[in-house]
Design a protein around this ligand. Structure first.
Ligand code: AMP
Length: 395
């Protein structure tokens, strides 16, 4: 059960809700390329408005590093949000200060305001106490719906909660923790974890934390070559973190001890140079010639990985199985995505590039949960307490 108080438990009538959202959306020349994060915040905003409250939204965008950067202003987000909720959204020129306070204190119930990019002030990421206090002045209650930054103890995710009560989780925060928490607490089994992506080193803590919970572990992508090398294979020029060979062996040994069935690729697509896709040739993953590097899983592996999902009741997928951004090396990831989508298991995707791989493969609507927070999802699944969650009131 979700352990924090949520917006569902509170009536916002006549309240001014200070809501931390994650509106860190891709913007190019003033145009928003993907508004998913804005749309994901709508249920929380609409609940507050329906109760008769007003909404003061705060977010970061990009990495302005404590300075005003015009291309990182939140104005285009305010415009898009206004279209989505069909009412005007007041875009403020700053996030703290007397002028902002004047505007915010005169908001009527039903009004929505968006503060300017929090990270225009260096104090935000430093969790500066007086900056947090200035933010807190703008609301009468605090809501955090920014799962994507919940792993950061910043002024808007942590410090601000010292000054406002109640401190509530928004619907997106709850949904994320419900799905990800179920993977750790009570997954329907068999539970299959699928890892890919570039680096073994960044995935070791999560692999360790999941080890007691999963029944099968599928390892593809760049990670697979470190495991193949750890087993004595020749991986040519493939991505291989030699300093983690012992860790990879330890993970394989732990899996054996816990009767976790590990699937490594058997065949792999290789090229002599990623810029020369016409050199593509399939080799056994442990016999890659010295002048070649692995760029995708091979057809035999696609088949065995897909079959491994057959009896799954829960699947968590993190990391593409090849360099899917390149069309010539995307077949492994996209074919596997289809098998994944066809599984009747509870399907959760999270932690970075795999999200765009699943979106690109066109099967997103068949996935139960696609996490909006890369780093936050990873840290949560590593078993680390998220400061943005810890700061909220217990249920
Ligand atoms: P991650 O952020 O760890 O999930 O890594 C995602 C990145 O891994 C993507 O940009 C992929 O292109 C990359 N990747 C997947 N397979 C390979 C591979 N065989 N060799 C190198 N990089 C890979």
């Amino acid at each position: 059960m979700f352990a924090k108080k949520t917006v569902e438990d509170f009536n916002f009538k006549s309240q001014r809700a200070l809501v931390r959202v994650d509106f860190n959306v891709p913007i190019h020349e003033g145009k928003i390329n993907d508004d998913t994060r804005i749309r994901e915040s709508l249920p929380t905003i609409q609940k507050i408005l329906k109760d008769g409250g007003s909404v003061v939204l705060m977010s970061h965008l990009g990495r302005p590093k404590g300075k005003v950067v015009d291309s990182m202003r939140l104005k285009p987000v305010a415009v898009r949000l206004g279209e989505l909720i069909d009412r005007s959204v007041l875009a403020l020129p700053d996030c703290v200060g007397a002028d902002v306070e004047r505007e915010i204190f005169s908001l009527k119930p039903g009004a929505v305001a968006l503060l300017e990019n929090l990270r225009f002030h260096a104090e935000e990421e430093k969790n500066d106490a007086s900056f947090a206090k200035s933010l807190a002045k703008l609301g009468t209650v605090y809501v955090n719906d920014a799962f994507g930054t919940a792993h950061r103890a910043h002024a808007s995710t942590a410090g601000v909660a010292d000054h406002l009560k109640p401190r509530l989780a928004g619907y997106l925060m709850k949904k994320e923790i419900d799905f990800l928490g179920r993977l750790l607490a009570n997954p329907a089994r068999p539970f299959v974890a699928v890892f890919g992506g570039a680096k073994v080193s960044s995935k070791i803590p999560i692999l360790k934390n999941l080890m007691g919970k999963i029944d099968k572990l599928l390892i593809g992508g760049g990670m697979a070559y470190t495991f193949a090398a750890a087993k004595g294979g020749q991986v040519g020029k493939s991505l291989c973190e030699r300093e983690f060979l012992d860790e990879a062996r330890a993970i394989l040994a732990e899996a054996q001890k816990r009767s976790v069935h590990v699937f490594l690729p058997t065949d792999t697509r290789t090229v002599t140079d990623v810029e020369m896709p016409d050199t593509l040739k399939i080799f056994p993953v442990d016999c890659i010639p010295d002048d070649r590097e692995g760029v995708d899983i091979g057809p035999e592996t696609i088949k065995s990985f897909s079959q491994a999902l057959g009896d799954a009741k829960t699947i968590f997928w993190n990391g593409p199985l090849g360099m899917f951004e390149h069309p010539a090396f995307s077949e492994g990831t996209f074919s596997f995505a289809k098998a994944f989508a066809n599984s009747s298991a509870v399907k959760v995707v999270g932690g970075g590039d795999v999200v765009s791989a699943v979106l690109k493969s066109g099967v997103a609507d068949k996935v139960d949960h696609i996490s909006t927070g890369g780093g936050a999802a990873m840290e949560f699944l590593e078993g680390i307490d998220l400061p943005g969650l810890a700061a909220l009131d217990n249920a």
